[in-house]
Design a protein around this ligand. Structure first.
Ligand code: UD1
Ligand code: CA
Length: 468
């Protein structure tokens, strides 16, 4: 049977009190509607229609070509929203899953179970429900004496008895496609919110003698519908725990799961150890046998097998296998480190490649540079890449040695095996195997220290007596 999906994402999300449209709020670094689309994709839907309204352009541009879109110009309720998909899906035959863009924790496994029950029961509609100790704000699932699902009542329309019901509507359903659109034609807005409720379809179908079923998830987290920032933080916590757990099951050691933050799209290889305070985000990819953290942020970066990164911040960087980074290093976009490289403390690297075996051990800035293999960059050496208007390139070839506290005024090149003496300010390129020295020659003045001291002491005494 054909599987179709309708994702509701047109609401403004007033309760978020945000400039960002609700479904674009990230949970573990990914917009909520992105999580929902991922889930729908994993169960293999033939067509996916996203209903957009508030922030339509932003939602569309985020999702791109991964779905079809339909515009709900006025947000008159969830039933009205689904109805907008009629033109696209009305003539299809199959099972349609309707899911809200603000329920990021629904899993593909649960969706699969919902489909299975729906088909097995031959139901016209099957709703995903959950039992909640504090059901406030959610629609309640009302059953008859035999326990059959009768209808869903919104919180604001509940009688005192209905208010006590703990089984809630998660906002995810399977519908027989044709029956869904038939029922939607009968939905009115005569209710407390004067909205066209999708939930009314259930009661309508039951009153027509159709079968309604319910699948109750045992994972309460799945039912979180994010309407405000409190729920957003709860969703974040559940999602985070889920992601971290999956990495542990995949063979990653996570020393303190509660103090580890891993984005939804991060990949980590087996036998890697993640220390507390690590924040891994974006499309970061970490290999096997790495050591990451403590206190490390890695965003959209690639870390190859056996690398170690501690107390550092990395963004759009690449770290070769066996390479060590930190403590207290900052790798900015375009930093590409080869194998067995060492980047030590208080080193910043931006838009620069470092060849295998090279070392920048302390207190350096390397920006807009090409550094070859087995280069040693001494403590405090920097590339001077910016004149206030232009960025220029520094090239350092294989086996070169850059002494401590060297300034390399770009554009400049240091040839293979060349030697730049400590304290030099290099403005002209250095040829292969040459030695460059660009600093003033030292002069020692015998016994001069005593003279200087005596002069300084006299000055101080004079000042003190004047101030009396
Ligand atoms: C809805 C359900 C409620 C359920 C809860 C689960 C209805 C009437 N109520 O309530 O039973 O317990 O979800 O989280 O369906 N949307 C549109 N267009 C609209 C209105 C809403 O696209 O005109 C979208 C929103 O962007 C959101 C989703 O539909 O993604 C749900 O809307 P929301 O207003 O959050 O419904 P709830 O009050 O949470
Ligand atoms: Ca909601």
């Amino acid at each position: 049977m054909k599987r179709l999906a309708i994702v509701l994402a047109a609401g403004q999300g007033k309760r978020m009190k945000s400039k960002l449209y609700k479904v674009l709020h990230p949970v573990c670094g990914k917009p909520m509607v992105g999580h929902v689309l991922d889930t729908v994709n994993k169960v293999g839907c033939d067509r996916k229609v996203v209903v957009v309204g508030h922030g339509a352009e932003a939602v569309r541009s985020y999702l791109g070509t991964t779905a079809e879109f339909v515009l709900q110009e006025q947000q008159l309720g969830t039933g009205h929203a689904v109805k907008q998909a009629k033109e696209l899906l009305g003539s299809e035959n199959g099972t349609t899953v309707v899911i809200c863009g603000d329920t990021p924790l629904v899993t593909p496994e649960t969706l699969e179970a919902l489909f299975a029950l729906h088909e097995e029961q031959g139901a016209a509609v099957t709703v995903l429900t959950a039992s909640m100790d504090e059901p406030h704000g959610y629609g309640r699932v009302i059953r008859d004496e035999q326990g059959r699902v009768k209808r869903i009542v919104e919180q604001k329309d509940c009688s005192p008895e209905e208010n006590l019901v703990k089984e809630i509507n998660t906002g995810t359903y399977c519908f027989d496609n044709a029956k869904l659109f038939d029922a939607l034609d009968k939905v009115t807005n005569q209710n407390a919110q004067q909205e066209y409720y999708l939930t009314d379809c259930l009661g309508i179908l039951v009153s027509q003698g159709e079968k309604a079923a319910a699948y109750m998830t045992s994972d309460g987290a799945e039912s979180i519908g994010v309407n405000d920032r409190v729920a957003l933080s709860q969703a974040e916590a559940f999602m985070r725990a889920r992601i971290v757990r999956q990495h542990m099951l995949n063979g990653v050691t996570i020393i303190d799961p509660g103090a580890t933050y891993i984005g939804a799209d991060v990949e980590i290889g087996a036998d890697t150890v993640i220390y507390p305070g690590s924040i891994l985000s974006g499309r970061t990819k970490i290999g096997e046998d790495c050591k990451i953290g403590p206190q490390t942020e890695i965003d959209n970066s690639i870390i190859h097998d056996g690398a170690a990164v501690k107390h550092s911040v990395l963004s759009q960087a690449e770290v070769g296998s066996g390479t060590t980074v930190g403590p207290f290093a900052y790798l900015r976009p375009g930093a590409v480190l080869g194998e067995d490289v060492k980047v030590g403390d208080f080193v910043e690297i931006k838009n620069a490649t470092l060849g295998n075996g090279s070392k920048v051990s302390h207190l350096s800035y390397i920006g807009d540079a090409k550094v070859g293999k087995n280069v040693n960059i001494g403590c405090g050496a920097i590339t001077v890449n910016y004149d206030g208007y232009n960025k220029s390139i520094t090239e350092i070839e294989d086996d070169a040695f850059i002494g401590s506290n060297v300034n390399l005024i770009a554009p400049v090149k240091v040839g293979k095996g060349a030697y730049v003496v400590a304290g030099s300010t290099i403005t002209q390129s250095v040829s292969d195997n040459d030695l460059a020295i660009a600093r003033q020659r030292q002069e020692n003045k015998a016994g001069y220290a005593d003279k200087i001291r005596a002069r300084a002491k006299a000055k101080k005494q004079k000042q003190d007596s004047e101030n009396k």
